[in-house]
Write a protein that binds this ligand. Structure first.
Ligand SMILES: Cc1ncc(COP(=O)(O)O)c(C=O)c1O
Length: 282
């Protein structure tokens, strides 16, 4: 049911009234993710501190593309990576707007490192197939077992492949076998799509992610189980040099642009703050 007028207003309107109009729509017409009856596992309600800092970020509108023009925002992301990446056995990384972009970034990097084929399970997220399409790489999807995990008996030759494992499949939360020994074949690159389950690493369930530290790259959506407002995700790399494969410099840039996105906001700040204070909504 449409609630906005058919025509764009002929004349500019009073800002406070426009704000009230849109705020009222948001209050009354949004899905109540904080409700006790909402199963909001993919879209949890963020803690207030994260929501407030996203608002403040919007006011100051810093751009990570230009470190000299975003001093604190850049420091916050660097520090977040220095603290968080080692918890997954990784050395470096950056933030991006979601795990669709994080997966694309990792697979682009794997292709630059020589991978020609993407091997993943039939229950991998559609962003993996999208990335294969964008990057012009062959996609091989192999069957899953009764629990939705990749069936290792079906593993093809991986010598020119990037193996994409899922930690928390979208449909049923399955975690593929993550350790390299378990695959039986050595992949040129191993990427773990931990969009959903990555934050288990900081819980008593971290054993479920055993082997994730052997990956070459990891994608995590911070707007899922890190409880961040959208759009917030991380792409982590085992080696600092990997990011050089996906860096572009020149033109108006003082420092190279790393990854798929150009301009990026300061999404590390609310994530840092949430982690810092425990992030519990009163
Ligand atoms: C396993 C998995 N990977 C990737 C994605 C894509 O993440 P995003 O929605 O943050 O782009 C999702 C989203 O549901 C997912 O469940």
């Amino acid at each position: 049911m449409a609630t906005l007028p058919d025509q764009f207003p002929e004349q500019g309107q009073d800002e406070d009234r426009v704000y009230d109009f849109f705020a009222q729509k948001i209050y009354t017409l949004s899905t109540p993710l904080g409700s006790q009856t909402a199963l909001a596992h993919m879209d949890p309600l963020p803690p207030l501190i994260a929501a407030r800092l996203v608002g403040l970020n919007a006011e100051y509108n810093q751009n990570l593309l230009h470190p000299s023009l975003s001093p604190f925002a850049t420091e916050a992301e660097d520090r977040l990576m220095a603290w968080l990446a080692p918890a997954f056995g990784m050395e470096a990384g950056h933030m991006c707007s979601g795990s669709t972009i994080a997966n694309l970034t990792a697979l682009w990097c794997a292709r630059e490192a020589g991978a020609q084929t993407i091997v993943t399970s039939a229950e991998a997220h559609l962003s993996v197939a999208k990335a294969a399409h964008i990057l012009g790489m062959e996609l091989i999807q192999i069957a899953v077992d009764d629990l939705g995990r990749m069936d290792l008996a079906q593993m093809p030759d991986l010598s020119k492949a990037v193996l994409v494992l899922t930690a928390g499949t979208t449909g049923r939360g399955a975690i593929d076998p993550l350790s390299r020994e378990s695959h039986g074949r050595e992949a040129l690159w191993v990427h773990v799509d931990a969009a959903w389950a990555g934050p288990l690493q900081f819980t008593k369930y971290r054993d479920l992610l055993a082997g994730i530290e052997q990956a070459d790259s990891i994608a995590i959506s911070a707007h899922k189980w890190f409880y961040q407002p959208k759009d917030s995700a991380l792409i982590l790399f085992a080696r600092v040099e990997s990011q050089e494969l996906i860096s572009f410099g020149g033109s108006y840039l003082a420092t190279p642009n790393v990854g798929v996105q150009g301009s990026r906001g300061a999404s590390a700040i609310p994530l840092l703050a949430t982690s810092w204070c425990g992030g519990v909504r009163a």
